[in-house]
Design a protein around this ligand. Sequence first.
Ligand code: SF4
Length: 511
Amino acid sequence: MKAALVIPPYEDFYRTPHRSAPLGMHVVRQICEAAGYQTVYYNFPADAGRGRTLKLPEYLSYLKEVMVEGEFGPASFFTRYRRWGADAHSCAGKIMASNPDVIMISCFAYAYSDHAVELIRALRDMDSRIPILAGGAGVSALPDRFASADAALAGEAEAVLPALFNSWGRRAPSREQVCRHSADANLRSAQADEIIPVCIRTQTGRHGSTYSAAITRGCPMHCSFCSAHLCHGSGFRAPPLELAVETCASSLAQSGTSGGISLNIEDDNILAEPGYLTALLTELRRKYPEMSVTAENGIDYRFLDIPLLDKLISLGFCRFNFSAGAMIEGDRRIHQPELLASLTRRCAEQGIPSITYAIVGYPGDTREQAVAALAFLASLHSLCGVSPFYAVPGIDGFTDTAGFTSLPAALCAGSSLYPWGGSLSTKELATLFRISRIIHMKKHHALNPEAREVLNYVMEHRKLCTMKGPERRIIELDEPVIDQRLSEEFFDITRNLETCRVPGSVKEQLP
Ligand code: SF4
């Protein structure tokens, strides 16, 4: 029996390859192989290099107002909409060429649902007999969107798939069997001892190897903007520590003896059990004393204090990505500005770079709160970025999911700047995004000459600007591209925009 495991193409303004490790699909692969399936694997976005530039889709045409054609450089907004992966028909042809008995489609973000559904339809057009299953975080948000699959599975693969495979027996299932049995595969979270931890190599270069890992599942924090619970539930669970150590250690062993090892932990909130994380890292550092560690999915700083921060640094953390959330009054996630400020200060004292992201445009946000949030980010010993709020069906305020099926799923990407919160407009979100890039540059320890020139211009004229054209001109931005008054409000309250420089060599992380 053969299962084709597929990560479909998707479209967006940017892609972060080092954050795109197919960790969920590796869990599925292990479950399939344990059930006796031979697996073939298609990761279409990963094979697509820098992607193919597309005309901006009609449903995103509202972004034209805030885009500047031909702009580039460190102060720019998005300019090119791209597709990672060939057209659906070509991808379907490749999959069918392997003669699978069952096809498993993974959709890791709801915003990319339509591209996954397009591929499912192309596969169905080519063969009407092979069962197609869809799963992943994107499917968990709104399974109804995947009605063209024979099974749209919400929840964690470890909890859902083994029972399904059992119900089919030892023979490849028919479409009817898949439909019938998947109806019983209700959303359930895996028990701690069912979790399959994964750690995979994502890059190898002259300087060593980088790995991504997903060890624990779930987060108990219930942040209202977060969709993690839709797939993983709200209970934190960790697999037996020995299994996590063995999984990571055997994967890291592939790097041999040359070069460094860098481990990125992608868990939603591994700090929900700090002792587990420190024990895991202690064991791994015993075997790999030079290993460096990051958590690029973001760390909930509210679980940290200075001793724990110091401990993590001593265990190899070389950079911190802090999530500040939506720093607005009355939000369930209580923001602790003094704690965050002390943590970023401590990082700087220890020579460790950090970057802090805040969400803007959440329901209830205001221009004043958003400007205050950016001013706060500017005051931290940390690089910064803003994440425009986007809805996902099922999160707080969006539990009535009926309206989502008639809207393009791509509107639920952060880069689409759709005014989901009803609080800030697309233009205001784009202006805040551009301001955050200026703050980021102001804190950066080593700007290139071009970035320095842009920054100097902004600080001297107190106006947002960008670079454009073959002669690489600086041009000032004005209405209607930016909200001029919002930009003035920011420069008024930050005066000379005094910021703290951030140490170390941190990779540019804004797209
Ligand atoms: S702490 Fe992070 S993972 Fe947990 S609910 Fe909040 S945003 Fe989601």
